[in-house]
Design a binder for this molecule. Structure first.
Ligand SMILES: [Zn+2]
Length: 155
């Protein structure tokens, strides 16, 4: 199924889409989470897991037909898959490809994993500052605890 990048022909690992968004270089274990996060109830979604990647070893790819991502979806994606890239496809052609932008602060994207944090007891918007990039680590500005971003639950 998968072909090596050095091979003369590159086998397509996930079906092509005519128009829409491709999220590539997702850490493989996060692929289902990304698909669930980004797929609306009417979206056509194509997914590949455990695909070979020279960068990550194994990666996931999610393709969403017919639309581009909202700003909020991009923020959520940055939290759970900071290595991902986002490509916009029009008429089977990649018109742009960029790494997911990782902000220095995430606002109201995920719950704090500290059960005693004030944000879990009152209706406060959560805020996390980025304190490490590889792997992505964030610190709650309210309780000051740090977490691996991949372990947080998206709102
Ligand atoms: Zn907290």
């Amino acid at each position: 199924m998968a072909d090596s990048p050095s091979g003369a022909q590159k086998v397509r690992q996930v079906e092509a889409i005519a128009n829409g968004t491709v999220i590539d270089h997702i850490p493989s274990p996060m692929t289902l989470k990304v698909a669930t996060l980004l797929a609306g109830p009417d979206d056509q979604v194509f997914m590949g897991m455990n695909l070979r990647s020279s960068l990550l070893g194994r990666k996931g790819v999610v393709k969403i037909s017919g639309r581009e991502l909202t700003e909020r979806s991009v923020s959520s994606l940055a939290l759970i898959a900071p290595t991902a890239s986002i490509s916009i496809i029009r008429d089977y052609t990649v018109v742009s490809k960029n790494p997911v932008p990782v902000p220095s602060r995430f606002e109201d994207i995920a719950r704090c994993a500290n059960p005693n944090c004030v944000t879990n007891h009152e209706r406060w918007a959560t805020r996390f500052d980025v304190v490490g990039r590889t792997p992505l680590r964030v610190r709650c500005i309210y309780c000051e605890r740090s977490f691996d971003a991949a372990d947080l639950t998206l709102i």
